[in-house]
Ligand binder design. Structure first.
Ligand code: BDR
Ligand code: CA
Length: 313
């Protein structure tokens, strides 16, 4: 069944490619709105970037909302060292002219879920999970309308990418991640264990650029910028691609394999705050709450990405 989705996002070049992938897949996905959250860069940048991306894709009919400007309890940590000052460094995007909606993003999430049929809406979380967590705190009844929460975040086998043990999205707002993971909805996680295998090789970036449309070229230019830090840090031949896996999973879940297990978040320790405690081998009796993905069909993923970006302007 075609999925109605809300994308909560902190663009971010990889968020940008994820949004384009969703927009290029209208047979499978209907994007009801984008909610921007503070993460990779501050909120004023992420909401503006969300609007820039919709304008590049010619989809100014999709509303953009500003969500939360900071995590629930902690000061904001950003990642300009990866994404550049704007968060979307690489291509030269025009300043957006489409409006930002007046309604707060958290209230958009609540109103949309309350108006939905049972289990109708999929929430795609591509950044810190502050907005969805606040919506769940403010309006616990909204779980009724949630079909699935699909999030990029966490890690187990790969360790962390912002601290030795924590992945960025969970680290920035661990209390929000904890609330989401305990909400009782169906949850699928695409952690670093998957995304670190989804490498944007030069050949794959060349295929995106060779589509020749402005969205394909923008995607290649964005990823060519954000790969610099990863190439230097990891010493790999190509950089990992994170957030688009959330959307690819919605389009073709058979691209991924994993296990349904218990995942919790470390909140107390300064040293390992934001670490996801992934009971991959079910060594506890804690109830399974997450479909935790571990492998991706990487060639299949890039074939899909190229195919779908090709239908955009
Ligand atoms: C996540 O952190 C951000 O920098 C990316 O956009 C992605 O959502 C990867 O850890
Ligand atoms: Ca992101």
């Amino acid at each position: 069944m075609r999925r109605k989705i809300i994308i909560d996002t902190d663009p971010g070049q990889d968020d940008g490619v994820a949004i384009l992938l969703a927009l290029g897949s209208p047979a499978e996905i209907e994007v009801l709105g984008l909610v921007a959250v503070a993460g990779n860069v501050p909120l004023a940048r992420t909401e503006s970037n969300a609007r820039k991306l919709l304008e590049v894709a010619g989809r100014t009919d999709i509303p953009v909302f500003a969500g939360c400007p900071r995590p629930m309890l902690r000061p904001l940590v950003t990642a300009e060292h990866i994404h550049g000052e704007t968060g979307l460094d690489g291509p030269s995007f025009d300043d957006p002219t489409m409006p930002l909606q007046q309604q707060h993003g958290v209230d958009f999430i609540i109103d949309t879920l309350r108006a939905a049929a049972d289990a109708e809406i999929t929430l795609c979380c591509l950044g810190p999970m502050t907005d969805l967590a606040l919506a769940l705190v403010k309006a616990p009844d909204i779980t009724r309308g949630i079909r699935e929460i699909v999030l990029m975040g966490g890690a187990h086998f790969e360790g962390g990418n912002i601290t030795p043990s924590a992945e960025f999205n969970v680290y920035v707002d661990p209390e929000a991640a904890d609330i989401v993971l305990r909400c009782g909805c169906s949850i699928t996680m695409l952690p670093l264990d998957v995304t670190h295998t989804v490498l944007s090789t030069e050949e794959r970036l060349g295929r995106l650029a060779a589509i020749g449309n402005r969205c394909g070229i923008a995607a290649a230019e964005m990823l060519r910028f954000s790969e610099r830090f990863d190439l230097a840090r990891y010493g790999w031949s190509a950089a990992p691609l994170h957030d688009p896996n959330v959307i690819a999973y919605l389009i073709d879940p058979s691209l991924y394999t994993g296990r349904t297990i218990n995942v919790t978040v470390e909140l107390a320790s300064e040293l390992s705050r934001g670490m996801t405690i992934v009971d991959y081998w079910s060594v506890t009796d804690r109830a399974a709450n997450v479909q935790y993905m571990r492998t991706a069909n990487v060639d299949g993923f890039y074939d899909l990405l190229v195919e779908r970006l090709a239908v955009l302007p």
